[in-house]
Design a protein around this ligand. Sequence first.
Ligand SMILES: Nc1ncnc2c1ncn2[C@@H]1O[C@H](COP(=O)(O)OP(=O)(O)OP(=O)(O)O)[C@@H](O)[C@H]1O
Length: 398
Amino acid sequence: MLLSNGEDQTQLLPSETETQVSNSDSVEGLLLVSKVYTDVAVVPEQQNNEIQHLISNLQREVEELRLKQRVVDGKRRQALSKILDIKGSIRVFCRIRPNLSKEKRRNYEPVSAESERVRVKFGGTRKEFAFDKVFHQDTTQESVFVELEPILRSAMDGHNVCVFAYGQTGTGKTFTMDGTNEQLGIIPRAIEELFCQASMDASSSFTFSMSMLEVYMGHVRDLLSPRQSCRTHEPLIKCNLNIQTDPKGLVEIEGLSEVQISESAKARWWYNKGKRFRSTSWTNVNQASSRSHCLTRINIFRRGDSSEAKSETSKLWMVDLGGSERLLKTGARGLTLDEGCAINLSLSALADVLAALKRKRCHVPYRNSKLTQLLRDSLGMILLSSLNCKYNQLLRRK
Ligand SMILES: Nc1ncnc2c1ncn2[C@@H]1O[C@H](COP(=O)(O)OP(=O)(O)OP(=O)(O)O)[C@@H](O)[C@H]1O
């Protein structure tokens, strides 16, 4: 439709708009209308050329800015890698759980806690432990998560990353990793953050997929499997997935469900579905004690925006480990006792692997447990462990 001037244009307006322009503001109204109905075809040729020129200038500027952003992104990645190298590929944090009102006895209460060390008293002696950072009793879930953000960025930059919570039963591992509806933990926050960072990154495009599994009594169970009956009453063999390592050392789990996640709400839906099938039961120490190690994996597929850019895949593992247990104290019997023993065994295998990695040993005993086999290609790069205070064997003693 071609329109030449404002006066004619008012006849073509919808009736509601006509009413608006017929009042005392009609002159302003007409100006507005003429803008709305202007067709580019009536722009004189000279102006048209100017506009085309402006557009191509802007396109050039956008291209230049993209190039600059790519350079800045490259530098940022290098800087982040350096920072993580300096800080160490394995970082250990301690989170001190507040005493719960229902608890009668105060075990291993910290005598004092500073920003990087904790002194605890037990068995008549005082012991001191050092960490990369200590989160005090009143630390919020958000503050814990903020410490992890560079690690997530590193996962998005193409590194395999593993974050896990380790500690005695009842010390708040599930609270830290999963949280509650009011106080979201690391996993739901990380899911949100990944999508947020992906939407802000103009130089790459990202897609994500998700898997969830548990290591229960030495068997690997798919928590997102459509066969939701993968529970204790099912023969375990059905839920015992095989772990394969390819010649490059990359780990793959045969038959594990992997769901595409296009938005954070969908990811949260799958996560909530998966965690419902995790094995938990009552013990003397924790009413809803995890009886397995629960692993959430997000595969990150990244593609740069230049034509020669290769696509990269990385993994972010978020692991809520089963609690190390003093079997007498938990009052475990029968199956619960067997579960506790299996958890303790695999945790000690994990401690061996971490010790070997930390000391840069040439032999790392990954094969000693399913847990360490699963995390084999993600432990070497960055491992961050969130601990909950009470004594435990991963602490570095001073
Ligand atoms: N920082 C915290 N603030 C408030 N409550 C907490 C905190 N950490 C843990 N809790 C509470 O302590 C109890 C035990 O925590 P949780 O179940 O997370 O322990 P866990 O280490 O995962 O135990 P398990 O190894 O037996 O599964 C829960 O009721 C939880 O809500």
